[in-house]
Design a protein around this ligand. Structure first.
Ligand SMILES: NC(=O)c1ccc[n+]([C@@H]2O[C@H](COP(=O)([O-])OP(=O)(O)OC[C@H]3O[C@@H](n4cnc5c(N)ncnc54)[C@H](OP(=O)(O)O)[C@@H]3O)[C@@H](O)[C@H]2O)c1
Length: 301
């Protein structure tokens, strides 16, 4: 089986290039080799590879920059996504795509299910929602995984930023009134591998149904809760207390940390549909964070 992977250098993409290798040949393309900012080039690329599965790990993920760069965000997160989905359908291939908790406005107080009303409050969320709609319009075989607060031991992410700040500042202030589920890129990639295997099985039986699935860790916290947990574990697992500058971490309201893009206050996603389908249990965000911090420590030693 041949799998075409885009965004191979991203947090999720990098993990996918490793985990999907268990299923077949992975043609893993980075931005330089497959640029979603150039939608017209995509059909040629896909037709050259002729994959059985396309996994789109690439995305415009700069949430704040998207506010002033809407055209590019839409081209990468919506227009090109639809082009890739159409190419997948032409080949009778599965299209796997990732979306976000930011398709919701955050006004709910219980975890969002896949059928809850979407209402993005920033450009990034709108561009990702347009991507979802494009994939559904093409109506081939597809899986859209909505995930949230992605981190890894490599790449640009909150976990690495907080650890870096702990070496630079005595006091760290973190927003405590936005709630969601931090999700390790490795769990996203491993769950994707299980889902693709399940697709192959159901496809053979003629029983596969395309759809949207929430794919996050279980449980929820605030950015403040996440930051505090990361630093506690980093100190504990790495015996780092004496080497860090940081002495205190303080919760602050979002209004004290204004950003160009508005963020939903509450964006926890209910993962029961995914767990039922794949017969898996998503790890708690704490369990996943422990493993990632340990990996980060072992890689930086
Ligand atoms: N990060 C989060 O917190 C989060 C939350 C919810 C949903 N998601 C979704 O999860 C998926 C994976 O995100 P991630 O966390 O892995 O993001 P990431 O680490 O920012 O990776 C995104 C990848 O896309 C690539 N890319 C950007 N523009 C591109 C273009 N024009 N053509 C081709 N590739 C391009 C980037 O290339 P470079 O390496 O060259 O920059 C990067 O490798 C995305 O669909 C994202 O929307 C992410």
């Amino acid at each position: 089986m041949k799998i075409l992977l885009t965004g191979a250098n991203g947090q999720v993409g990098w993990e996918l290039s490793r985990s999907l290798a268990a299923l077949g040949d992975v043609v893993a393309l980075k931005r330089e080799q497959c640029d979603l900012n150039k939608p017209s080039l995509l059909p040629g690329l896909v037709r050259e590879v002729e994959p059985d599965v396309i996994v789109n790990g690439a995305a415009y993920t700069a949430v704040d920059q998207a506010e002033t760069n809407e055209l590019e965000a839409m081209r990468i997160n919506a227009e090109s996504v639809e082009v890739l989905a159409r190419e997948a359908k032409r080949l009778n291939a599965l299209f796997v795509h990732y979306s976000t908790d930011y398709v919701f406005d955050g006004k709910k107080s219980t975890p969002y299910t896949e059928t809850d009303t979407v209402c993005p409050i920033n450009v990034y969320g709108r561009s990702k929602l347009e991507g979802e709609k494009g994939v559904a319009r093409v109506a081939g075989d597809y899986l859209i995984f909505r995930t949230s607060w992605v981190y890894a031991s490599r790449g640009r992410n909150f976990l690495r930023t907080i650890i870096k700040l702990a070496y630079e500042r005595e006091e760290i202030h973190v927003v405590s009134d936005q709630f969601g589920a931090p999700t390790w890129a490795r769990d996203i990639a491993n769950t994707t591998r299980i889902a693709v295997s399940q697709y192959l099985y159901e496809k053979r039986l003629g029983e596969f149904h395309s759809g949207i699935y929430n794919l996050t860790s279980s449980g929820m916290t605030s950015w403040y809760g996440f930051a505090k947990y990361i630093l506690e574990r980093y100190e504990q697992f790495g015996d780092k207390k004496d080497t860090l500058k940081f002495r205190d971490i303080k919760p602050i309201p979002s209004c004290s940390y204004p950003t160009p893009a508005a963020r939903p206050e509450f964006s926890s996603l209910n993962v029961e549909k995914l767990e039922r389908w794949l017969k898996v249990s998503m790890p708690s965000w704490e369990e996943a964070c422990d493993l990632c911090v340990k990996e980060f420590l072992s890689e930086s030693n």
